[in-house]
Design a protein around this ligand. Sequence first.
Ligand SMILES: *Cc1c(COP(=O)(O)O)cnc(C)c1O
Length: 379
Amino acid sequence: MLKRYLLAPGPTPVPSEILLSMAMPIIHHRSPDFIPVIDSAKKGLQWLYQTKNDVLILCSTGTGGMVGAVNNFFNSGEKVLVINGGKFGERWTKICQAYGLKVEEILVEWGYSIKPEAVEAALKKDPDIKGVFVQATETSTGVAHNVEGLAKVIKKYENTLFIVDAISALVAHDLRTDEWGIDIMVGGSQKGVMLPPGLAFVSVSEKAWKKNESSKMPRFYFNFKKERENLAKNQTNFTSAVTLIIGLNEAITILQKEGLENVFKRHAKLAYATREAVKAIGLGIYSKESPSNSVTAIEAPQGIDGQLIYKNLREKYGITGAGGQDKAKGKIFRLAHLGYADTFDIITGIAAIEMVLKGLGHPVKLGTGVAKAQELLMK
Ligand SMILES: *Cc1c(COP(=O)(O)O)cnc(C)c1O
């Protein structure tokens, strides 16, 4: 038998309480049974998003929310700015281009974070930019971009929306939608929210709803205006993912019991312990600036393929992390500490890394990283 551990940056493990809550018989999404369920989910998401804005609930993966964030607010030919520092930044560009937007990119070296001044300079030079797109956590590089700093800059531009992909950052990072002025923020169920894949969440500010009125792009399934109207009646435009929304309420209950601030503190602590333990083993952290609290990207030692470490973790020890993507493939492997994650997920992950490295002939003293993690996690 090989016991399995899911330490990937999505999907992430789902607590038993949530799994059990989703084992109930299916209820009808247009019946009175569902009204309190979606009403509670709606309020729970506003709590999690720290917003009074609508938070739409879509039956899709996170990328569906990203698509909707593009084609509900812009017109083809309009200029937008994408901060591209990894695979998911690149995805914003591809979606925007698919809908005929004129994309200007700020390329950020992988492993580094955007300087808000760079965005300020771009907006000053071209005030016709209608939207700025970023990842709160660029999952492919393990970098957390400075969302607060960016919001401060973009807020000054009346005709520019600020769109944040927080799919992997939600729950792990303090993202103050209203206080900072994030116009559109996309989340997904299978990362910090501790649910199976299948839901996307999108918050929309009044500024963005205004822009929605003049946006004429083709859309049908992801029609945010219709979703907003339906949500006001505790419905969704099409059949609601009733099971996942029931699970969402259970997830929010668990997070509320812990308290938002403690949730963020837990993630920060787990991420810090992971990085320090990795360094104690003698490995480098791929994120050279602003490492994320959601996922740690770890450099493979010289001469060892990162994919081989990923593969060994999975096949020998049952631990599913993630490898590197694109140009980081082979150079890194990644471990998440996201959602339903605590002390012994870190200890387990670090212990396994040591065992894999030793097995591959890399000089490592077993227990070095584990001891470091233990020490930090006892605090
Ligand atoms: C996982 C992830 C996505 C994609 O989400 P899907 O649910 O696979 O569509 C997008 N952006 C970021 C930053 C992610 O981590």
